[in-house]
Design a protein around this ligand. Structure first.
Ligand code: WTA
Length: 642
């Protein structure tokens, strides 16, 4: 069996076999690219993307804004579809594995996908969708999610995908921000053998908003009636299968995706067309060494940026094959992922550490049952991966043969930015690697001064900023400026801590702001606290993230009630309230009802002290509290609950 890695000393490096197939095997690329990053990206843009007309200026920067390939014209869907159907129309673009095992896997060729995308573009057009309009998409992992998104890009409409596990309220807030007239959703989807009722949430979320029509994919066979609703597939059948793509400017908005920040409201991250296309194309190709014949499975949901860039767009921009799966990792049993890899000969698996940690806990027989020889590259994303999980992934899934590409990036960056390249390495547990060629990150202190090698500080990106980077926050330029450009002015502020090791590799130490990563999902403490505080019985509350063996971190909730005592019943009701406001991914894992919260004289809640109590460390800074007695009270409550 081919091994793609070799151990030299303590670390793994690409083997000769890997070097043979690697797109990039010479470290010189870093120096070459960094000598003139703009020229480097221009070369990649010309080679990887089909333009209708070339840009006038490759990079224009006037902070806090910058633009790539200014004046260049293209259509995104041409790059994902049209350019492939000439020579390889019958090649499989998408493999979709439904959750119910009795349902067949569906394979769509580039030609079939193209046909459906054109038809759906006509459906949207008939409903009045035009270039620049926002279309809300609230769909699970089914092919129609990809079809709807690509149809938007064909028209030049802006898609705004909302994670299907988010609540009706979360959907509503996102629809209202984008003023979408059309919502694309499904009557439901399968999860652990049950039918999830997505439509009920969709209807509720759309009520009283700008949404005029709801286009519903029939996934679970529900009857849908009413003049507001259109059936996805019957509309598709009626529509023409040709759609002349709208030629867009490179800097036109491709999509908006909401993510959590440090305040109570999510922010609509804007990605533009040309820069994102170039970034998605090349990071998919180089980071996963994706070859045309390869099958890539990125397990992320399309509701997150990883789903956008690496489950859908990256592999299609490369003319490869992408696999998506409707269900979760443990149904009908925890062998399902490995069965999917075996049955479909998956070559690249890209997932989150939280999934790996979950699999580490289950009986190995579920893995051993399946042959995973087709795998060449393993990727991780979303949170730091610890050494144990890394080694387990390498040995149990990769058979000790495949490099692990630990990619650091964010919703804001559009695509991966820091990781080792498969043909170069080294592959070291907990170390992401170097910035992608042509990109530069440094570590600075709070004042913005670069710190010494080996010292932990703030991770920032240096100009010229990566082509896939955000181009603002939808309708909120002030927040864009404040969040990313206020602290360090000329550097992009990632809000992550990191240090650089002796070999120049970057190790990410985690968020430095009030953003949690719970099972890889990005959740804001402020947003969660706001949601909880909106329950009438809650007087005050505080969310404190603590480490968790599987999820990485989990939120713990402290509540001060307006009156009365806490109870198991009230705990359940508060969880329900969170489900309604945000969705089950944001659920606190434990709730403590307390009489008061530790506060400073100015009234600031000291979450740091609560955290120390939770992880059984001696709390510091009690002198600054107006109510130091509360610390003992809370200690007792925590003790009595264990
Ligand atoms: C964290 C996900 C350590 C980081 C693509 C970042 C990581 C946040 C890694 C963005 C990694 C992402 N190692 N931490 N390889 N990748 N992160 O927007 O804190 O959901 O700021 O994007 O995830 O999360 P987001």
């Amino acid at each position: 069996m081919t091994s793609y890695i070799v151990k030299k000393g303590e670390h793994y490096y690409p083997s000769d076999e890997m070097k043979k197939i690697a797109w990039i095997k010479d470290e010189k690329i870093y120096n070459q690219a960094n000598k003139n990053p703009v020229k480097f990206w221009e070369g990649l843009a010309k080679e990887g993307i089909e333009w209708k007309s070339e840009w006038k200026k490759a990079y224009v920067e006037k902070l806090p804004y910058f633009e790539w390939f200014k004046g260049g014209k293209l259509n995104f869907s041409i790059n994902c579809l049209d350019r492939w159907i000439k020579d390889k129309g019958n090649k499989i673009a998408l493999i979709w594995v439904p959750e119910p095992v009795k349902e067949k896997t569906i394979k769509l060729t580039y030609k079939e996908l193209y046909d459906k995308v054109c038809r759906f573009a006509n459906v949207l057009k008939k409903q009045g969708v035009k270039k620049g309009d926002v279309v809300s998409i609230y769909l699970p992992m089914i092919p129609e999610a990809l079809i709807s998104m690509l149809a938007c890009t064909r028209i030049g409409a802006i898609h705004s995908v909302v994670f299907s596990a988010f609540s009706a309220d979360a959907l509503k807030a996102r629809i209202e921000d984008g003023k979408a007239k059309i919502l694309v959703t499904s009557d439901g989807y399968y999860r652990k053998g049950e039918k999830e009722d997505l439509l009920a949430k969709a209807k509720q979320g759309a009520r009283g908003t700008t949404v005029k029509k709801i286009i519903v994919v029939n996934r679970v066979g529900k009857k849908v009636s009413g003049s507001k609703f259109l059936d996805f597939n019957s509309e598709l059948k009626k529509a023409d299968n040709k759609y002349e793509p709208e030629i867009m400017n490179s800097e036109d908005i491709l999509f908006v995706l909401y993510t959590s920040g440090t305040t109570g409201t999510p922010k609509g991250i804007i990605h533009d067309t040309g820069g994102y296309a170039v970034h998605a194309y090349w990071t998919t190709k180089y980071n996963f060494n994706l070859r045309e014949k390869d099958i890539m499975w990125c397990t992320a949901d399309v509701g997150w940026i990883t789903g956008h860039t690496y489950a859908f767009y990256g592999p299609l921009l490369n003319g490869s094959t992408t696999l998506i799966y409707e269900g979760g990792p443990d149904f009908p049993d925890p062998g399902i992922w490995w069965k999917i890899i075996q049955d479909n000969n998956v070559n690249v698996l890209y997932t989150a550490p939280t999934a790996i940690r979950m699999f580490m806990k289950v009986d190995e027989k579920y893995i051993k049952k399946y042959k995973l020889d087709s795998l060449k590259i393993l990727g991780t994303v979303g949170e730091p991966i610890d050494e144990d999980a890394w080694n387990w992934y390498l040995n149990k899934i990769g058979g000790g043969r495949c490099p692990i590409i630990d990619t650091w990036w964010q919703t804001e960056t559009g695509g991966a930015l820091i990781n080792a390249l498969p043909g170069i390495g080294p592959f070291i547990p907990t170390i992401a690697g170097k910035s992608f060629p042509g990109i530069k990150h440094i570590i600075v202190n709070e004042k913005g001064k670069e710190v010494k090698q080996g010292k932990i500080g703030e991770l920032v990106q240096v100009s010229p900023f990566a082509p896939g980077m955000l181009h603002g926050i939808y309708k909120n330029p002030k927040r864009y400026l404040k969040t990313y450009w206020k602290r360090f002015k000329k550097y992009y502020d990632t809000s992550d801590g990191a240090y650089i090791d002796k070999q120049g590799n970057i190790r990410i130490t985690g968020r430095t702001d009030d953003v949690m990563k719970v099972a890889g999902h990005r959740i804001s403490t402020a947003e969660l606290e706001n949601a909880i505080a909106s329950d009438k019985r809650v007087g005050e509350c505080a969310i404190v993230p603590i480490p968790d063996k599987i999820k990485g971190e989990v939120p713990i909730l402290f509540v001060v009630l307006k009156k009365g005592e806490g109870s198991v019943e009230l705990e359940k009701q508060l969880i329900k309230h969170v489900d309604k406001k945000l969705g089950p991914t944001s659920r606190p894992s434990k709730i403590y009802f307390v009489k008061d919260l530790p506060k400073t004289r100015s009234g600031k809640i000291m979450r740091r002290i609560l955290k120390a109590l939770l992880i059984k460390e001696e709390p510091k800074g009690l002198m600054t509290l107006v109510n130091p007695k509360v610390v003992e009270e809370i200690k007792n409550i925590l003790k009595s609950k264990i």
